[in-house]
Write a protein that binds this ligand. Structure first.
Ligand code: GUN
Length: 284
């Protein structure tokens, strides 16, 4: 069994090319382009870098949009006002606020203020509920990107064991639901899981989103498993590391995503797709 390195960068590029083509046609049909507005509060370097990548992708896909940079000291009230203004602006199809937010701002309150129809992150409680009720909704971008990678690679899912390490609202919980919908038997493991290594070794599909560099080592992986590494950790020497110890795990995995160049680019491609879907929905 040879290792397969899943090239998320290339697969994301294919998605973006298809979207760009679709956007050309849709713009002609509807007389305007999809529009994504991105709000960032403060100057967290990682957040700034993610937001720049998102804006670059919107330009590539031929969207309109605006980057709204607010100072770290912005009050919650002011941020909510900016969101409301974009909610009420008919030219805006998608709106996201980059997380994390400064400590004086209640993130949940912010998420709940974004119009569910423009919530391209899929974080609004209405969209979360609709996901768990199997109703049409906007699904969070990273889980969508992971499912697209698994489909591209052809990993069988039906009846297989999936272990998700991490239980965040952004990744762990929604990816568990999407894998369940594909008839995986899903376990959500986390920092308090007893004998985590044994639980992970059961996984045919192992998805890791814990935000700790090199957390998953070779002894925690079943030979031949598909390993999806969601972590993006900046090491003291400035390099990026995933949550999976790639050096030791790659030789035993059946397929594995690298960091960088695995899940990250797919998140952005799916953000573009969610924006086009919001645009189409709002044009109906
Ligand atoms: N911070 C980390 N991941 C995300 C994401 O998917 N969306 C937003 N808005 N912020 C994030």
């Amino acid at each position: 069994m040879g290792i397969m390195i899943i090239d998320g960068k290339q697969i994301a590029q294919q998605f973006k090319e298809e979207l760009r083509q679709q956007v050309t046609e849709l713009s002609a049909q509807y007389g305007r382009k999809p529009c994504l507005d991105v709000i960032i509060v403060g100057e967290n370097p990682a957040s700034m870098s993610y937001v720049r990548s998102k804006i670059k992708a919107t330009e590539y896909c031929g969207f309109d949009g605006e980057l709204i940079q607010l100072p770290e000291t912005t009050s919650q009230e002011e941020l909510l006002r900016v969101i409301q203004e974009r909610n009420n602006n008919d030219a805006v199809d998608g709106l996201l606020v980059q997380l994390p937010l400064p400590k004086h701002i209640d993130s949940q309150r912010v998420i709940e203020t974004i119009s569910p129809e423009k919530d391209v992150d899929g974080f609004h409680p209405t969209n979360v509920a609709r996901l768990w009720l199997n109703q049409p909704t906007i699904v969070p971008c990273t889980p969508l990107g992971i499912m697209a990678l698994l489909e591209q690679v052809g990993t069988p899912l039906e009846g297989r064991r999936a272990v998700v390490v991490g239980r965040s609202n952004i990744v762990g919980k929604p990816i568990a639901k999407l894998l369940l919908d594909k008839n995986c038997t899903v376990t959500i493991a986390h920092s308090r899981t007893a004998d985590l290594a044994a639980v992970c070794r059961e996984a045919d599909i192992l998805v890791v989103a814990v935000g700790r560099p090199h957390f998953i080592t070779a002894d925690m992986v079943k030979p031949g498993a598909t390993v999806i590494d969601v972590g993006i950790n900046r090491l003291p020497d400035g390099t990026l590391a995933g949550d999976v110890d790639y050096q030791s795990v790659a030789p035993i995995a059946g397929a594995i995503t690298p960091v960088p160049g695995g899940v990250g680019p797919m998140t952005i491609a799916m953000l573009m797709r969610n924006t086009v879907n919001c645009f189409m929905h709002r044009n109906q």
